[in-house]
Design a protein around this ligand. Structure first.
Ligand code: SF4
Length: 372
């Protein structure tokens, strides 16, 4: 389970969130944020550490999100199995997948440092150990649950990959443990793609740690080791997956994220995202943050049903997907588009081209219907 952020976000963001403890950034949140970098609403909610599922509930929308308790229990059991006996199964997989002698590998548990579980303490210890291993002083040390940091929308995210291997052929590998099965060596492609995006977040954070320590980032592998159950057994299976494409995409998307503090500063002084406040106060504050709804939000954001109804209410073309939105440049409502088609109102110069395309599409549709 991710730990709490140890450092509060800036005052304005903390005031917006109210008295509840902040929700931490996780790799899953960062990949969701970069899936819709134009959305100021999500950027501020995440940077302020607001519990989005609770917020959605408070404004009347039950989020259909999160893993079932059964899936969570299965994931935890599989994690324990891989880590059992000083990561014996992981060491076996490293031997098989990376064909190196790792018999004498040992593990440092970074879930705590001398009883201290604070993220910044664990992060400092992680950096110390990375420098130690990278300099060749302890070539067989696997890090269990290291803590890395990454700047996201102007905020520091503390991230906890499952494990980091020792140097193998001069490279460090990020390890992700997932409980979805690989049947005959093939796992669900959507689940693997999501794991790869999250692994890219960790690899990027690891690069930052190396850069800060003045270490060569070439020591970090662009492949990560995915560990999941083999076939219908619980026997761990491992596969190296190339991340170059995900890393390029993530780096690009992170540069597009606007600074959450700047976005929050534009809100009225009375705005609040404190989930203990009234529905009306919360709704008006949420509305004051620009959203950028597309149907794909339903697959990654707890606020999706709220934003979908809002997009419905204002007949946003994006409600029908980014393809439709891109085909209607300058037209911010499907009602307006229909008015142009029906001749109820005339498009201005900026909308003329999109209106012409709409008329052509309507003509084509009529012709097709006639031909049918
Ligand atoms: S559901 Fe709403 S808040 Fe979430 S990413 Fe989409 S538009 Fe933004």
């Amino acid at each position: 389970m991710p730990s709490q952020q140890s450092e509060p976000p800036d005052d304005r963001l903390a005031r917006l969130r109210g008295p509840r403890p902040p929700q931490p950034y996780t790799a899953r949140k960062i990949t969701a944020l970069t899936a819709n970098p134009a959305c100021a609403r999500r950027a501020v909610l995440d940077a302020a550490g607001v519990d989005k599922a609770l917020l959605a509930q408070q404004v009347g929308y039950e989020p259909r999100f999160g893993q079932s308790p059964f899936a969570l229990a299965r994931e935890q059991a599989f994690h324990s199995l891989v880590k059992w006996g000083g990561y014996a199964e992981l060491i076996r997989l490293l031997r098989e997948q990376l064909t190196v002698p790792v018999a004498e590998a040992h593990v440092t548990d970074l879930n705590e440092v001398a009883g201290n579980t604070a993220l910044h303490v664990r992060e400092r210890e992680t950096r110390r150990l990375i420098a130690h291993v990278a300099s060749g002083q302890d070539v067989r040390l696997i890090l269990d649950r290291p803590v890395l940091t990454l700047e996201v929308a102007g905020q520091t995210a503390y991230l906890e990959p499952d494990a980091l291997t020792h140097r193998i052929d001069g490279k460090f590998h990020v390890v992700l443990i997932r409980s979805f099965a690989a049947i005959d060596g093939q796992a669900n492609p959507t689940a693997v793609a999501e794991a790869a995006k999250q692994a890219a977040v960790y690899v990027l954070a690891l690069r930052r740690a190396f850069e800060t320590a003045g270490l060569p980032t070439e020591q970090i592998s662009h492949k990560f080791l995915l560990v999941c159950p083999k076939d219908f057994s619980n026997r761990p299976y491992g596969r190296l997956i190339d991340l170059r494409q995900e890393l390029d995409a993530l780096q690009f998307q992170l540069t597009r994220l606007r600074r959450a503090e700047d976005l929050a500063a534009r809100l009225p002084e009375t705005a609040t995202l404190d989930t203990t406040r009234s529905t009306d106060e919360l709704s008006s504050s949420i509305e004051a943050l620009d959203a950028s709804y597309t149907p794909s939000c339903l697959s990654f954001c707890e606020m999706a049903r709220y934003c979908r109804d809002e997009a419905d209410g204002c007949a946003s073309p994006a409600r029908l997907g980014s393809g439709i939105r891109n085909n209607l440049p300058g037209i911010d409502s499907t009602r307006t588009a229909l008015d142009y088609l029906d001749g109820v109102s005339a498009p201005g110069q900026a909308e003329a081209e999109a209106a012409d395309l709409l008329r052509a599409a309507a003509r084509l549709r009529r012709l097709r219907r006639g031909a049918a």
